[in-house]
Unconditional design. Structure first.
Lengths: 756, 159
């Protein structure tokens, strides 16, 4: 492990290396790509939440001049999108927006006109358009294999929960709900497919990782994975919304194969809101058993997820079980989860994964527990918080853990003790804590690989498959490479975003980029450095291991990197290797996969305090300040870390206060960014960040994730602050003005204080 | 359908283009002039990524305005901010302050910011909030965006 003083690049406030392209309008996104002969695809979607398809007639659409392909289920009757889900509706539609047919034409307006010419006759069937309705005894059964509309269940006990609850002095239960929420990516969903050669499918599209797209498309079209090429140069945001290929990727490929031309499908603004696969409705109940002196004995969570019409994202069902083990020293944990079908678009998750929405309730619940005990919530969290070296009931080990330091720092910096319980009416303060895995290790193979080529002119090229969705992964990978090779980040060229070229990398989910890909890149750079050192060491009269690489120079450790010592410039050193008798072309390789069978090698921790003011007349909430402390191992690029924190504070407060797809009969009522509210500039709070660097032994240069942990904590802190301001827990997010006014008026009418 | 040739002055260059009443200014910029720096988002005026500046330096949503209305008008897009191969101060500040992440909304955010600076060279917090209220950036939460604009407002247009 390097000491901070040994590092010359890591820890620097490094602006993005692609900043020039992005601010000058030069960055190419998928919609900017136009291929020769390219057609425009449009999708005909179901207007009904549940219906039988009596008849589809595409003949008039096919006859329209300019139309080059029309497809419906008869053209791909056996093609599945997910396990039990046909790509194009087969006999039935199960949600508003389901893909029924599609058209490719020479002009987008012709494609649009052709959709109007497709005749579909439906017999409307009773639908189930809310999670609550799906669980009622008289609800229609949506799929023959799912009695009670339950798609899947997951049950997990750690320790002996019954005994732990029995041994508790106090057991408290609370229930919460969260709504349908949309990822609202800046770059709308888009795919450009070229399947004119049946041996190779090329797809240009923003993604969080190519392999899952390659595998899914290969399976559907009967290809080998390598016959599918995914190109993803610039990715306009992801926020968990681009984890898996969506139907439009398959449909673009199908249309391209039929038409023999490249086909681009791009969502329209309102279509984006019906084709998305963000968060579904969620109902959750937490139960906690504590001793009188505030020790948590048992934690229980019972969660019901709205799967939508198909269970596409079963993984979110089992993720909460381990999560419950990562914050507190407890005797037992119980998790009960179920995935329930509704007649709505299949759901996945939103920014913060499932943990954000759970945390907004869980942390209000634990705040409630603390208050019942007469304890300060910050002290309650701290008393139960885990320490470094903790071995959790789910098998997780925490080599580094700055949780208590994070709590202490936010308590101090926010003035918590002077404010908690002492603020004027309708002013509130709340605390939340959280943990997150650096790489989920959701399968045995959770691999990232990297290659480094050093050209004879000294230019270093890094080949990486990790997408840069804005988080700055390419810049930080260049920093890691530069640190190891002793050059500058600007000296590194990144080749990424093309599955035909870049080595295997699952991509940017489960907070694995910095940790997993970062480790792979570091290994590749160390491999390249060792090759170079093997040549240069003997030339300088020392062993390869006695060299120091920094500031674009290579020198004998202990000497000075100038004419007084034995040294080469980096470029001279490369020249010695390349032009010497060995003629060595340096190519480093690295591959990293956590050796653990499951669970992460490292976990990040955080604590945040939010202060809010609620207007009792309008119900509007102003977030005044967010103080955030995060144990991220080491901040490789503090500038980018702040950017990640900014976005997560913004998105976290947004989900708690604003974001909700208002649904009626399976239709979304607010399918635009004006009506689906996000914070605007004047709603932003003051932010203060405290970076806690615990230098994790497994992370690259000690780093852990910081891409999803913070938003979970923001949601908890803001939720608790609003509850504190109005005087009671708020069981439903978002905490919109009308929901708050109902609480405020109810409390006024019953003579209850606004805040206690 | 109304149709005809119009002359557009984009980033100082005159372009004669055939447009119909179905075309928006955005369609012309991206589709006909291949100025792909301006992005197409929601196309309903709610996300702001298509923002350009008109001849008075004001922010305009190019997705909402019919191309025919722009005959003989001047427009500045993100590609027109550079002078002599150098980034404009606001562009440079966006890089240095990390006011750009995924970059998809960035052209629209920068053109909104440039409009603020065009109209109020030393903008107040309220000027910045008002000028940026029409564009959404989930990545940055606008926090470093505002820092970048404040920097240019404070140190003036000379780089």
């Amino acid at each position: 492990m390097s000491k901070p003083e040994d590092l010359s690049v890591i820890g620097r406030r490094q602006p993005r290396l692609d900043g020039f392209e992005k601010v000058s309008g030069r960055s190419v996104f998928t919609d900017d790509i136009v291929l020769p002969g390219m057609l425009h695809g449009r999708i005909l979607r179901s207007p009904h939440a549940r219906a039988r398809i009596i008849r589809i007639d595409v003949s008039k659409a096919r006859a329209l001049p300019g139309v080059k392909a029309v497809v419906s289920n008869v053209d791909a009757p056996d093609m599945l999108f997910s396990e039990k889900q046909p790509l194009l509706a087969k006999g039935f539609v199960h949600y508003v927006g389901e893909e029924v047919a599609a058209v490719a034409a020479t002009d987008p307006l012709i494609a649009e006109a052709a959709l109007d010419l497709i005749e579909v006759e439906y017999e409307v069937l009773p639908a189930v358009t809310s999670l609550r309705r799906a669980q009622q005894l008289d609800a229609p059964q949506l799929h023959e294999w799912a009695a009670g509309n339950v798609a899947l269940t997951h049950e997990k006990d750690f320790g002996d929960p019954d005994a732990a609850f029995a041994a508790s002095d106090l057991v408290i239960t609370d229930e919460f709900r969260s709504p349908v929420q949309h990822n609202t990516l800046a770059e709308l969903h888009v795919a450009l497919a070229d399947f004119t050669n049946p041996d190779k499918l090329h797809v240009w599209t923003p993604t969080q990782g190519a392999p899952m797209y390659q595998m899914a498309l290969a399976k559907a079209f009967g290809l080998e994975t390598s016959q599918v090429r995914i190109v993803y140069g610039n990715v306009g945001g992801a926020f968990t919304g681009r984890g898996r290929a969506k139907p439009h990727h398959f449909i673009a490929a199908l249309l391209s194969r039929v038409a023999g031309k490249p086909v681009k499908i791009k969502a329209t603004g309102d279509e984006e809101f019906i084709m998305f696969r963000g968060s579904g409705e969620t109902q959750y109940r937490f139960r906690t058993g504590v001793t009188r002196d505030g020790k948590i004995r048992a934690l229980e969570a019972d969660v019901t997820f709205d799967a939508g019409a198909h269970a596409e994202w079963a993984m979110i069902l089992w993720l909460p079980a381990p999560y419950l083990n990562w914050l507190y020293k407890v005797d037992a944990v119980r998790y009960r989860g179920r995935f329930v079908y509704t007649s709505t678009v299949p759901k996945g998750s939103h920014h913060g994964g499932i943990f954000g929405r759970l945390s907004a309730g869980w942390m209000q619940h634990l705040n409630h527990v603390a208050e019942e005990l007469g304890m300060d919530p910050a002290e309650f969290h701290r008393k139960n918080a885990i320490d470094p070296g903790h071995h959790a009931l789910d098998g997780s080990d925490f080599a580094s853990c700055g949780l208590k330091e994070c709590i202490d720092r936010v308590v101090e910096r926010s003035g918590w003790k002077a404010k908690y319980g002492k603020l004027p009416p309708y002013r509130g303060i709340g605390i939340g804590i959280g943990a997150q895995a650096s790489g989920g290790k959701n399968a045995a193979n959770d691999t990232s690989a990297a290659m480094i080529r050093v050209a004879d002119d000294g230019v270093v090229t890094l080949y990486t498959g990790i997408p840069d969705m804005g988080q700055g992964s390419h810049t930080v990978m260049a920093m890691i490479t530069a640190e190891v090779l002793g050059v500058e980040p600007e000296d590194i060229r990144i080749v990424g975003g093309d599955s035909d070229i870049t080595p295997f990398d699952w991509g940017a989910f489960s907070q694995r980029g910095t940790f997993t890909t970062g480790n792979a890149v570091k290994l590749a750079a160390e491999d390249a450095r060792a090759q170079l050192a093997g040549i240069v060491g003997p030339l300088l009269g020392v062993a390869a291991t006695d060299l120091k690489f920094a500031h674009r120079r290579v020198w004998v450790r202990g000497e000075t990197p100038d004419a007084t010592g034995r040294s080469f410039s980096f470029r001279e050193a490369i020249g010695k290797a390349f032009n010497g008798v060995q003629g060595l072309a340096i190519m480093g390789r690295g591959s990293f996969n956590s050796p653990r069978p499951s669970g992460s090698l490292a976990y990040s921790f955080g604590a945040q305090v939010a202060e809010v003011e609620v207007d009792p007349e309008s119900g509007a909430v102003k977030v005044i300040k967010v103080t955030a402390a995060h144990d991220l191992g080491r901040a490789l690029n503090p500038l980018a870390v702040e950017g990640q924190l900014d976005g997560q504070v913004f998105s976290g407060m947004s989900q708690v206060l604003y974001e909700e797809c208002r649904m009626d009969g399976g239709q979304i009522l607010n399918p635009s960014r004006l009506e689906y509210k996000l914070p605007r500039t004047y709603e932003l709070p003051e932010v203060e960040y405290i970076l806690v660097e615990t230098i994790d032994p497994y992370g690259p240069f000690g780093a852990k994730e910081v891409g999803e942990g913070p938003i979970v904590v923001t949601m908890a802190a803001v939720a608790n602050a609003v509850a504190n301001a109005v005087g009671e827990m708020l069981p439903q997010i978002p905490m919109t003005p009308w929901r708050l006014l109902r609480v405020i008026r109810h409390r006024r009418n019953h003579g209850l204080a606004p805040a206690d | 359908m109304k149709k005809g040739f119009i002359t557009l002055h984009v980033n100082g260059d005159a372009h004669e283009v055939l447009v119909s009443s179905q075309h928006t200014l955005l369609d012309v910029l991206r589709g006909k002039l291949k100025l792909m720096g301006t992005k197409e988002g929601c196309t309903t005026g709610s996300c702001g990524v298509c923002t350009v500046n008109n001849g008075r330096g004001e922010a305009v949503l190019s997705c909402l305005t019919p191309a025919l209305e722009w005959a003989d008008q001047s427009i500045t897009t993100i590609e027109g901010l550079e002078k002599n191969g150098r980034l404009a101060p606001i562009q440079q500040a966006f890089v240095e302050y990390h006011a750009v992440q995924c970059g998809f909304c960035t052209p629209g955010v920068i053109m909104s910011a440039q409009a603020v600076l065009n109209l109020t060279p030393a903008p107040t917090e309220e000027d910045i909030n008002d000028g940026l209220a029409g564009v959404i950036c989930r990545c940055t939460g606008h926090i470093k965006v505002k820092e970048a604009i404040r920097h240019v407002g404070e140190f003036g247009p000379t780089p």
